[in-house]
Design a protein around this ligand. Sequence first.
Ligand SMILES: Nc1ncnc2c1ncn2[C@@H]1O[C@H](COP(=O)(O)OP(=O)(O)O)[C@@H](O)[C@H]1O
Ligand SMILES: Nc1ccn([C@@H]2O[C@H](COP(=O)(O)OP(=O)(O)O)[C@@H](O)[C@H]2O)c(=O)n1
Length: 232
Amino acid sequence: MESLENSAAAGTVIVAIDGPSGTGKSSTSKAVAAQLGLSYLDTGAQYRAITWWMVTNGIDLTDPGAIAAAAGKPEIVSGTDPAAPTITVDGTDVAGPIRTQEVTSKVSAVSAVPDVRTRITELQRSIALAAEKGIVVEGRDIGTTVLPDADLKIFLTASPEARAARRSGELKGADVNATREALIKRDAADSSRKTSPLAKAGDAVEVDTTELSLQQVIECVVTLVEEKRAGK
Ligand SMILES: Nc1ncnc2c1ncn2[C@@H]1O[C@H](COP(=O)(O)OP(=O)(O)O)[C@@H](O)[C@H]1O
Ligand SMILES: Nc1ccn([C@@H]2O[C@H](COP(=O)(O)OP(=O)(O)O)[C@@H](O)[C@H]2O)c(=O)n1
């Protein structure tokens, strides 16, 4: 972690954005990174990618031991250009397949396994360290565990109703109530796991996006980053 602090001191900026599903983490992080010339990392995509590999390879996802035994097998590579982020598993582009209902419903079981988290956390830290100008990293445990020395930590929230409406807007024809129930269930699983649960870091700035437009959230975060940079 010392080297991450050193890189930040040399003029790069590391921003951690956490929060539950549908609060605007991905859209905000991509836009902020693009606007400020920073790299961007979607850590949820990495957990989805390892889950996709396990589903595809017939791993028993009711057995944490089987998940742990397989955790080191797939090679996950994330492209960090905010204008065109990519994700591959063993060289295959999985940007589409990781967004299926099946993967979404199984990702919390896989991401709760400590061996999976250790592997993915190491990967995330090495990507953050390699980002020359700095990076915006979004997820559930970035401010608490992955990058506890981040220059700026944001925790996004929004009402379950707003989040479900946003998500069902993306999934054409999806029922808002069913989407809301699925989101609440996934948040509960992610918040209650023992290892590195979804949580706000003590020094994170909380932004409730329920009544804000995406543009307003982006402007708010850009301002916070610029203030941090000016204070360095
Ligand atoms: N403040 C906002 N107001 C309205 N829609 C939003 C807002 N923030 C994000 N969205 C939309 O909600 C959906 C989910 O946003 P996303 O960034 O993927 O959330 P997360 O990464 O937290 O799951 C996207 O379609 C996005 O365009
Ligand atoms: N830092 C992170 C990011 C995601 N995750 C897991 O990955 C899942 C998918 O994350 P995501 O960000 O793609 O989810 P959405 O908010 O896009 O629906 C979460 O529900 C968590 O189980 C995690 O455990 N830790």
